[in-house]
Design a protein around this ligand. Structure first.
Ligand code: PLP
Length: 421
């Protein structure tokens, strides 16, 4: 296997190739192949970017047809047929049936671009600077998004430049199961000496992905929305990882019946792993002046084409939603079983998640690393998350076959047992 070129030329900043040091060649559905003929089941799925699997045939065909017809690939943010088709499909298939009225800001193509634009819009729209974020939240690594991200590894990488404009509040469950952390937030808001500048917005993930698969309760989310409304604070849901069906609904906030003022999407939005992101906002909040927030790659037409195909294929009925619920229960049951086995051996372990966004908390980064490294040797790609990388995270594609799902879970269970023996 020729890997010297990567080690010689690629920056030390590389990450995933350290955990999975093989050269991948092809992928289909939930399976990846390497150039030395090995096959892996994929529980990572591009960190939640491949919800519809690798090289999904329907979405791929839409892309191939578009390219074959010499469709516009790059057009800055000019109007194209692909963009019209995407907007029409988004409105008809996703927004109208959910009673949502949003305008769309096509930002640069990565998640952090969307988060930057969302929090800046909140500041422009309210004239306030402060954004409230939550412990263990992850929103990206550009300066604005990083300021609302908790993880010190990323925060330290600014080289000492201060990260500004954010206040962190305890996420649901941060202070233990019996404490409603919103009591603290609400108290600060109502305390003239609380020390918190009145926020423009609150930004959160309804299930924290990088932060450890921490799930915000339904009542907690409803109360947060009410606090925001009562105090004229904008509610931003960062649905970059939890959106596009990952939790069992297209938007993760649908479970709580709340309506954020601003929503960010990326990762699985293109449906095919193509870079694509956008911000959706209540129309009244669209305070941008023409060209005030720009970028060369906004609304990549290939991604608009695949995104529309994905919506048409998977979101015009509830088949996928029901399947995510069902598969989510399969993963939850197996994770509970593995957690019980680990607990019997004296480890602190538990399972949590929503839909197919599931975590197996094994209590220590060291143990999680031992299990996932062994899993990789045995043909499963799965990553860890959380402040100590102590949570094994299942982000398999939503379209994974039951056979692949069960085989992946079998590998994980066998590796956990192996590591304990
Ligand atoms: N927001 C959330 C919730 C994420 O999970 C991520 C990435 O993992 C981001 C933002 C940043 O996205 P990107 O890595 O595409 O910049």
């Amino acid at each position: 296997m020729l890997t010297q070129i990567f080690e010689r030329m690629e920056s030390e900043v590389r990450t995933y190739s350290r955990s999975f040091p093989v050269v991948f060649t092809e992928a289909k559905g939930a399976r990846l192949h390497t150039e030395d003929g090995k096959e892996y089941i994929d529980f990572l799925a591009g960190a939640g970017t491949l919800n519809y699997g690798h090289n999904n045939p329907v979405i791929k065909q839409a892309l191939l047809d578009y390219i074959a017809s010499d469709g516009i690939v790059h057009g800055l943010d000019m109007w194209t047929k692909a963009k019209r088709d995407y907007f029409e499909t988004l409105e008809e298939v996703i927004l109208k049936p959910r009673g949502l009225d949003y305008k769309v800001h096509l930002t640069g193509p990565t998640g952090t671009n969307a988060v930057e634009a969302a929090i800046r819009l909140a500041r422009v729209a309210t004239g306030r600077h402060n954004v409230v974020s939550f412990t263990n939240g992850f929103h990206g690594v550009t300066m604005g998004a990083l300021a609302v991200t908790g993880n010190s590894k990323f925060r330290e990488a600014t080289g000492g430049i201060p990260l500004q404009g954010a206040n962190f509040m305890p996420y649901d469950g941060y202070l233990g199961a019996n404490i409603d952390t919103l009591d603290y937030f609400e108290k600060l808001l109502n305390d003239k000496s609380g020390g918190m500048d009145r926020p423009a917005a609150v930004i959160l993930e309804t299930v924290q992905g990088e932060g450890g698969i921490n799930v915000a309760g339904i009542d907690w989310l409803k109360r947060l929305e009410k606090i925001c409304r009562d105090n004229e604070i904008l509610l931003i849901v960062d649905d970059i990882q939890a959106g596009c069906g990952r939790t069992g609904k297209f938007f993760s906030f649908e479970h709580a019946g709340i309506k954020p003022d601003i929503v960010t999407n990326s990762k699985s939005l293109s449906g095919f792993g193509l870079p694509f992101a956008h911000v959706m906002m209540r129309p009244e909040l669209d305070k941008w002046k023409p060209g005030q927030y720009n970028g060369t790659f906004r609304g990549f037409n290939l991604a608009l084409t695949t995104a529309a195909a994905a919506l048409r294929e998977y979101w015009t009925n509830d088949t996928l939603e029901r399947d995510v619920e069902r598969k989510g229960r399969i993963v939850a049951d197996r994770f509970q079983k593995i957690a019980a086995l680990l607990t019997e051996q004296g480890h602190t372990a538990s399972e949590r998640g929503r839909g197919l966004m599931r975590g197996l908390d094994v209590g220590s980064g060291d143990l999680a690393d031992k299990i996932t490294s062994k899993a990789f040797k045995n043909g499963l790609i799965v990553e860890t998350c959380g402040h100590d990388d102590h949570v094994i995270k299942c982000l398999c594609s939503l379209t994974i076959s039951d056979e692949d799902l069960l085989e992946g879970l079998d590998i994980l269970e066998a590796c956990a047992k192996d590591v304990m023996s």
